[in-house]
Design a protein around this ligand. Structure first.
Ligand code: ATP
Ligand code: MG
Length: 409
């Protein structure tokens, strides 16, 4: 199968304004819709409700984190025609909480109501080839490049791998998240085995880069083309899943921060994007910056904004989709965000309730649980954000929480 994905996205059209700035704002208590019922949809709904909006969620699963809090849950698939029509009939605007929402559904909704982000922006982030092609295409404006890479769709592509791409990481082009759909490879033979193990779907081989640390930049852009950028978040992953986000990042230099923020501003503008966009970057051991991938929605690494910034990433998404002025991204407290995975409900094989009473007793601790009732190892169940007068204060409480929860800090 030849990859045609890179051609499918019309980059020129992406830069076109999606709606005239004259489109009036959608004011509370009107309805806002969200595609997807996970924790991001839940926190979006809570932010929207705080501002007086009503929220309807479209999600096939009956019991879902967003459905528990939204005023209305439409239990149907993301491509269900009558369900999409119901969203159109009820909502002033629709957003998505996950990047793998069928882009065609967003396009269909956008024929009748305001959709942010739109199908084109989401499509780029759904497909690693389109995403890398886009990053390369706007490198002159953004000042950053992605990792050297090559599309692997056939055995001939594997034969043609140059030594400079090895060792590398083979990633499926679509549906990868939390390190799923990725295999580390040292040789062409490894690539062949990994390609086969993933069922021969189109992949991207990326050169393994020497990472010093990882950062993400949360940005939001309104219909009027104005954009805002949050402070740089420094991220630590464990087993492919985000473990902590620390802001300000202890390793982030002022020069790196400026470069990453400028890159994010250029990327979101080049996409003609409306809404919250999170861009992940690698900082290499030589200090250089490499753009990795982007998420067309609020992001796990932006959860700290709920407790440490003037406007949370979810409130920002509400503002963008409702065509209200964007909010202040200023951070008022240093913060460490700790992801809570299902692992903390288990000691060995024994189930135990985590000691939330002890965790919330820690100064500056803000507990967020997502209403999921079946903890499993590796499943995101919630997060705790520790804020302090100084980053050291926040870090100390984070370490204390790790001790309480049985997590290695
Ligand atoms: P996410 O949960 O962020 O959606 P993902 O599964 O889409 O993750 P990536 O973000 O591309 O995958 O990669 C996951 C992690 O693997 C990165 O955060 C980084 O630690 C490591 N990684 C990915 N690509 C490279 C690379 N080219 N060189 C070195 N490390 C890499
Ligand atoms: Mg990633």
């Amino acid at each position: 199968m030849k990859p045609d994905t890179a051609q499918r996205v019309d980059f020129a059209a992406l830069a076109e304004p999606q709606f005239l700035p004259a489109v009036p704002s959608a004011n509370p208590p009107t309805w806002l819709g969200v595609m997807g019922g996970g924790q991001l949809g839940r926190m979006f709904a809570q932010a929207a409700q705080q501002m007086g909006y009503q929220v309807v969620v479209l999600e096939p699963a009956a019991d879902c984190p967003a459905g528990q809090v939204a005023q209305r849950l439409i239990n149907a698939g993301y491509t269900d025609g009558p369900a999409l029509d119901e969203l159109v009939a009820q909502c002033a605007a629709v957003t998505t909480e996950f990047e793998n929402v069928p882009a065609d559904s967003l396009a269909r909704l956008a024929q009748q109501i305001f959709v942010a982000p739109n199908a084109a922006g989401v499509s780029v982030a759904q497909d690693r080839i389109a995403e890398k092609t886009f990053f390369v295409g706007c490198a002159e404006k953004s000042g950053v490049l992605p990792a050297p890479h090559k599309v692997i769709a056939t055995q001939a592509d594997i034969d043609a791998i140059g030594d400079e791409l090895l060792p590398g990481i083979l990633k499926t082009v679509r549906m990868g998240y939390d390190g799923k759909g990725q295999v580390r490879v040292a040789s062409r033979e490894d690539v062949r085995a990994a390609f086969e193990s993933m069922g021969g779907v189109t992949c991207l081989l990326e050169k393994m880069l020497p990472l010093a640390y990882e950062i993400s930049v949360l940005t939001a852009r309104g219909v009027d083309g104005q954009s805002v950028v949050y402070p740089i978040a420094e991220n630590v992953h464990r087993d492919g899943i985000l473990f902590t986000t620390t802001v300000p990042g202890p390793n982030v230099t002022a020069e790196c921060a400026k470069k990453a923020q400028d890159a994010a501003t250029a990327i979101v503008a080049e996409l003609g994007y409306v809404g919250v966009l999170c861009i992940e970057f690698f900082v290499l051991t030589d200090g250089s910056l490499v753009v990795n991938e982007m998420a067309p929605r609020p992001h796990n690494s932006g959860h700290y904004t709920m407790d440490a910034c003037v406007t949370s990433q979810f409130a920002q998404q509400v503002r963008a989709m409702a065509r209200l002025p964007l909010g202040d991204c200023r951070q008022h407290s240093p913060a460490v965000m700790l992801n809570i995975l299902g692992d903390v409900w288990f000691e060995g094989d024994t189930y135990r309730e985590p000691s939330w009473d002890k965790v919330v007793a820690l100064p500056g601790a803000n507990l967020h649980l997502y209403g999921k009732d079946d903890p499993r190892p590796g499943r995101k169940m919630g997060h705790v954000t520790f804020v302090g007068h100084t980053l050291d204060d926040a870090r100390r409480q984070f370490e204390a929480a790790c001790a309480i929860l049985g997590i290695a800090p």
